[in-house]
Design a protein. Structure first.
Length: 363
């Protein structure tokens, strides 16, 4: 073999070895599959699957700021221009099971107003499955009945307790008939009193049994009727509310009446949200219903962005409350709401005008 042949053979061998090494160097691992967020519309708008799970998640909330003038709940509070700001974060989950959707609901709230008065609280936290709900929520005495009118100051005349732990079963027959039964524990309230205003409440040491709420209703066409009752296990008294709703298209209306089993006493279901100055000293019962209370109201949609509301209420203890507002949505999810309230307390011969201007962005 001559020198030329030897050089050519050596070069070919080196090229083969180099090519093999180069091919090994460029081998790459398979890329990980991308996981896109999947929409979960089985439980309503806004839900999406948590990646890698079959649980659906929805995040929402609101930011609200409002100016207040005077106080519809007090005849002596003449504070002008109190500004209040609030933020809320709502987190909901839902997972399909053999017993129906397994859901959770959580609402966190932050409040701030003039004078650096701040507060943070867990407003709601509950679990629901197969018609059962356990955890913190507003009392079914309010939630099932539908509260009162579409106004901010809807509970100047007390309509029931809020924010308490409960075990609740809701039944829906699917033909317009519904029912509810709930065991509720006002001892779980974070406030100084069990319910109502901070200057009155139950003796929590005597709370050996939960309170009981039960109700039923029927809706057909434009009409709906509900009856709900609550029993206060400490006072050993209670109250019943009956409500009729009607939606005529051009306007909607409601009428609700309440009966207290003992008009000389306050209880969780016929209590008060009013300031102590709204009744004579030593007579907290005159801040409540007496034997009965009645509420009524109308809502008139003027167009798809504007609605007018009115609510009137009166009690056997001669408290009269009237509130009217306009709800304006200039764009989607933005609310501007001016409201005026008037309250008259016969037992202390006092009355009060109050106003609110609210701005709220929901998401």
């Amino acid at each position: 073999m001559n020198l030329k042949s030897l050089l050519i053979s050596s070069a070919a061998s080196l090229a083969a070895v180099s090519g093999a090494h180069a091919a090994d160097a460029i081998v790459a691992a398979e890329p990980e599959p991308l996981q896109y967020v999947r929409i979960c519309d089985a439980y309503g708008a806004g839900y999406f699957f948590i990646p890698g799970t079959e649980t659906c998640l929805k995040i929402g909330g609101q930011v609200r700021t409002e100016g207040e003038w005077y106080d519809a709940y007090s005849p002596t509070n003449k504070t002008g221009t109190l500004w209040h700001t609030r933020a809320e974060l709502n987190v909901d989950t839902a997972t399909d099971t053999e017993y129906g959707p397994l859901k959770t609901n959580m609402v966190l709230r932050w409040d701030w107003q003039e004078g650096n008065a701040t507060s943070t609280k867990l407003l709601f936290a509950n679990i629901s499955l197969g018609g059962f709900t356990v955890g913190k929520l507003d009392s079914q005495y309010n939630l099932y009945a539908g509260y009162a009118g579409d106004v901010i100051n809807d509970d100047v005349i007390y309509d029931g307790p809020y924010e308490l732990n409960q075990i609740t079963y809701n039944y829906d027959a699917g033909n317009g008939f519904t029912a509810v039964i709930s065991l509720e524990d006002s001892n779980s309230s974070g406030s100084g009193a069990s319910y109502g205003s901070s200057w009155w409440g139950d003796d929590k040491a005597d709370h050996y049994a939960p309170d009981v709420v039960a109700g039923a209703g029927f809706k057909s066409g434009i009409w709906g009727v509900k009856v709900i009752g609550g029993y206060d296990s400490i006072v050993e008294e209670g109250a019943v509310k009956a409500r009729v709703d009607a939606d005529f298209g051009a306007f909607s209306a409601f009428l609700m009446g309440g009966w207290n089993t003992d008009g000389d006493k306050l209880n969780k279901y016929a209590g008060t949200n009013l300031d102590r100055s709204a009744c004579p000293a030593g007579r907290p019962d005159l801040c409540g219903w007496g034997d009965w209370a009645v509420w009524g109201g109308v809502g008139v949609p003027i167009n798809d962005k504007l609605k007018w509301n009115l609510q009137l209420a009166y009690t056997d203890s001669k408290i009269f409350a009237a509130t009217t507002n306009v709800k304006w949505n200039p764009v989607k999810n933005l609310l501007i709401e001016p409201e005026i309230s008037y309250t008259d307390w016969d037992s202390v011969d006092q009355d009060q005008w109050a106003g609110i201007l609210r701005f709220q962005r929901s998401f």
